[in-house]
Design a protein around this ligand. Structure first.
Ligand code: SF4
Ligand code: SF4
Length: 395
């Protein structure tokens, strides 16, 4: 509940209570998490993109950085506004922190006539400051596969269960974003330790903050914060309304799973294969793709290593069964990827495999757009294969 005044205080915050942090409070949040033993990470600019990286304070965040995204296109611009979170998600997702692209499974060294196995050193617990709502939704999706499913991955589960997540709601979605359609943004109502909304208006540059867990309450309570005013809550509402209105794309989700299930022979799959390079970029940037492969290596010094590495349904070998690969065409591989995301994921995990982050659109080198492909098939549903393309093109 908002109060009528806002002295700066450090006092016990209640679960769900809304308070205000200033920039120095955000600095203190990062310092506090690090002091508690977390490996603290947040969005940083590296190689011309906003990606997850280590942070020690506000100065490490993308200060004044903005982005322009479109199908097959991503670039950063810089302003002098000092805002920290005025960009949409970049190519790196938080998935890699819990499910690394290359991870040691075991390692062994030859000692005399026997092999000595070694275990990897445990990682420090992870604190994230600045995940976006669609990214925590993606982690929830991954949890169903790697933590709560029939085949629990102990490394993923331990890191996930020990993590602290401070989300920052989205103010400036990219033209490639469609989280509103998927119910995963631009705001967030649960599944976080802290949720922040960046506001910069006549009352200054600040963050409206909610605690969503006991861990969030503990951390927030020791930071110098202000009680939230009605103006702060109204400002947050405006930020989210404007973000939803600026959402670059939409995906019609009602009936989508069954639409794709009954259109596995649609001529559009062959059409998209004419453009698709089978490069696998879309699966590598996707925050919910979880396919992996196992690689063994040996060294002349007697060291053996087994690693788990990301794989992709666009890799020909990925569908290798007895006698060969079963998805030999680009059309079958793209169809597998898209129908799994939007249709059969529901059968397996009771959720969509897409959270609407738009990464696969921006990072596809030829600009293939999952929302456009789904809309095309929807528009021509029921048409005969011969006239499906012309019907879908009609206004
Ligand atoms: S399929 Fe594309 S839009 Fe959906 S979660 Fe994956 S990368 Fe994001
Ligand atoms: S859809 Fe785009 S990103 Fe995905 S494999 Fe094809 S060309 Fe690569």
């Amino acid at each position: 509940m908002a109060k009528s005044n806002n002295p700066s205080v450090s006092s016990k915050v209640q679960l769900g209570e809304v308070v205000v942090l200033r920039l120095d409070g955000l600095d203190s949040l990062v310092a506090r998490l690090t002091a508690l033993g977390f490996e603290t990470k947040g969005p940083v600019v590296r190689d011309g993109a906003v990606v997850p990286g280590p942070i020690t304070g506000v100065a490490d965040l993308p200060v004044g950085v903005h982005d322009e995204q479109a199908p097959g296109s991503y670039r950063l611009t810089r302003g002098d506004d000092g805002r920290l979170f005025d960009w949409a998600v970049g190519p790196g997702s938080w998935k890699a922190e819990f499910f690394p692209p290359s991870q040691e499974v075991w390692r062994a060294v030859k000692v005399g006539d026997s092999m000595q196995f070694t275990e990897s050193a445990p990682l420090a617990p992870l604190a994230i400051v600045g995940a976006r709502p669609c990214e925590t939704a993606a982690l929830d999706v991954l949890d169903r596969v790697l933590k709560d499913g029939a085949h629990r991955d102990p490394v993923y589960a331990d890191r996930r269960e020990g993590a602290f997540v401070a989300v920052v709601e989205c103010a400036t979605p990219a033209s490639t974003c469609f989280c509103s359609s998927m119910g995963t943004g631009p705001g967030i109502e649960g599944g976080f330790d802290l949720a922040l909304t960046e506001i910069d208006d006549a009352r200054g540059h600040r963050f409206v903050v909610r605690a969503g867990s006991d861990a969030g309450v503990e951390v927030l309570s020791v930071l110098a914060h202000e009680e939230a005013l009605d103006e702060d809550l109204e400002a947050r509402g405006r930020v989210l309304d404007q973000a939803a209105a600026r959402m670059g794309r939409q995906l019609q989700t009602e009936g989508l799973a069954s639409l794709l299930a009954r259109n596995v022979e649609h001529p559009r799959w062959a059409d998209v294969a004419e453009r698709c390079l089978s490069c696998a970029n879309c699966t590598l940037v996707c925050p919910t793709c979880f396919c992996s492969d196992v690689r063994d290596t040996s060294d002349l010094d007697g060291t053996l290593e087994r690693r788990r590495v990301w794989s992709s349904c666009f890799d020909l070998e990925h569908s290798y069964l007895h006698g060969g690969a079963v998805r030999t065409s680009a059309s079958s591989r793209y169809r597998q990827w898209m129908t799994h995301k939007l249709s059969t994921w529901w059968d397996q995990f009771d959720t969509s495999g897409c959270v609407g982050c738009g990464r696969c659109i921006a990072w596809c080198p030829v600009g293939i757009d999952i929302t456009e492909e789904a809309a095309f098939i929807a528009a021509s549903d029921g048409a005969t294969p011969a006239n499906a393309v012309s019907k879908a093109s009609a206004p």
